[in-house]
Design a binder for this molecule. Structure first.
Ligand code: SAM
Length: 305
């Protein structure tokens, strides 16, 4: 009779080749959110390539692990990759970790992976926590397809330019944001995509003050402003994509709203028609309505050319 192995025995029994880079996910807040395989590989590794060796040292100490480390961060990833490759040449197992979650997702790791693979060594993923997947898992059915965009540019003008082409994007969009920019970013999303779309604000996931709030883009800034504590911590924002077709005519309101901020009604209709292929007359009529909804006077008369 065969006896079933425990999950930890299973993690240990697997073959972990030498001269290999292991890309290991660590928790995004709750220290208990680490996999058995990750713990085993961190214990087995000869060396750890860490975004911040002090942070990682403290985390590993909680698991009773201590290893030689190499700092691999945003500003030295290419040079540090050469050092990692030297250790792989010597037959070592090197584990790569970031400060939180999955390396390579808005974190160092991707350039290291490229360099190691180019040098002919194997790269093995050790999956685990990521703020992206954690937020999406509780977003709901309105997020059936999504695009991950990470951090938006910090400056208002660049942020608005980055958002503008996304106004007509049909899939939900996932952004990361830091506490000091959360209010202005949610407002920028409302300005770019219009007030009606749904947003999930996922704050401090897996931590003591975890909060999940879902509402519209119009309501988002108000919700954040109501309590300063709501602006603290780390954030994932999941925003609904552009509305699907309605009765044969596509709804291009979000795009028209963005264009109307920059050009007159006629120009907005012309550009929207070129971008979407929809009727210029229909878009012109709708752009006029949107302009009136916004309480503004017509700045031009007549029909589109
Ligand atoms: N590599 C990480 C991952 O797999 O999610 C992301 C690292 S990125 C530098 C850090 C950003 O991820 C934070 O600014 C925040 O937007 C998001 N994030 C990380 N942990 C989070 C958490 N516990 N709750 C909400 N967002 C989080």
């Amino acid at each position: 009779m065969t006896s079933l192995s425990s999950p930890f025995e299973l993690a240990q029994a697997q073959h972990y080749p030498a001269a290999t880079l292991y890309v290991v996910a660590t928790p995004i807040g709750n220290t208990a959110d680490i996999t058995l395989r990750a713990l085993h590989v961190l214990g087995l590794a000869d060396r750890i390539a860490a975004e911040d060796t002090r942070n990682t040292g403290q985390l590993l100490a909680r698991y009773g692990i201590s290893k030689p480390m190499i700092a691999v961060h945003e500003h030295n990833e290419r040079e540090a990759a050469q050092r990692v490759i030297e250790h792989l040449c010597a037959g070592e197992r090197v584990a790569c970790v970031s400060d939180a979650g999955t390396p390579g997702i808005s974190d160092p790791g991707a350039k290291l992976v490229d360099a190691v693979r180019e040098a002919g060594f194997q790269v093995v993923p050790m999956p685990g926590a990521s703020a992206l997947a954690t937020a999406l898992s509780v977003a709901g059915d309105w997020v059936s397809t999504f695009t991950f965009l990470g951090f938006l540019p910090p400056k208002a003008k660049q942020r608005a330019s980055a958002l503008q082409p996304l106004a007509a994007h049909a899939h939900a969009m996932v952004f990361y944001e830091a506490p000091h920019r959360i209010v202005e970013t949610v407002q920028a999303l409302a300005d770019a995509f219009g007030p009606a779309r749904r947003i999930l604000i996922a704050r401090e996931l897996t931590k003591l003050h975890e909060a999940l709030w879902r509402g519209t883009l119009a309501e988002g800034p108000t919700w954040l402003a109501e309590d300063a504590n709501r602006q603290r911590g780390e954030f994932v924002l999941v925003v609904e994509g552009a509305p699907a077709q309605t009765s044969g005519d596509e709804n291009h309101d979000a795009l028209l709203r963005v264009l109307l901020q920059e050009v007159p009604v006629k120009g907005a209709a012309k550009l929207a028609a070129a971008l979407t292929g929809a009727s210029r007359n229909t878009l012109y009529a709708r752009a006029l309505e949107l302009k009136h909804e916004g309480g503004e006077e017509d700045e031009e008369g007549g029909e589109p050319d």
